[in-house]
Design a protein around this ligand. Sequence first.
Ligand code: HEM
Length: 214
Amino acid sequence: MNRLYINPLPVRIWHWTNALGFILLIASGLQIRYLDLIQWMSFRTAVVAHNWIGFVLIANFFVWLGFYLFSDKIKVYHPELSPAKYFRASFRQMQFYGYGIFKGDPNPHHPSAYRKFNALQSMMYQIIMMLLVPIQFFTGVLLWDVARFSSIVERLGGVRVVDTVHVVLFILFSGFIIVHVYLASLGHTPSAHFKAMITGYEEIEDEPKQDAAS
Ligand code: HEM
């Protein structure tokens, strides 16, 4: 078993702050949206907490962005430019998650410090971090002070449009977290990826030795 330093400290700090923040944002957001059904706290506390946590996570996003922009580890987010190669790798990974894993097949992706994501993670994390998270923060800031940002809100189609985008993304993120945590439990042991996001080190299983006769 080898150890590979895969998650540098800034990524780990960003990630767990972000995960906790998203859970709190979802909880307070649910109460703000469904006031009749959920009353975990007073409405005012939910709004104030939602705004504050939102701003903390926006600042935290720049920890993630700054780390990757100013280090060569940005390579882990470089997309695969050959569509054929990308689709082959995605298909292999889907086959593994949907079938191979239940037969005990080895994971087709072998992580390294600069290629830690498999094809599916790579696409998913790019969309989440470079598109959906920024849109969620942007619409959140607009809704935080609609009067101040009224000209931008109007240009985007009004409060209803901005609010709908914010709520649709909230539903997507809630679903993403469930799938993400499930997939994160599919390491060589159920806790392997979680430990790697805490300690920084991923344990890499040795390749099975080829029989000399085969
Ligand atoms: C309970 C909540 C969460 C848990 C337990 C969790 C767990 C993990 C684990 C174990 C990893 C490392 C293995 C892997 O890459 O799959 C990871 C990576 C990652 N997670 Fe999460 N996560 C959570 C919430 C979130 C949320 C809310 C987001 C974004 C909105 C997120 C975005 C990411 C990203 C982008 C990575 C790759 C980070 C990098 O190396 O740059 N996670 N997560």
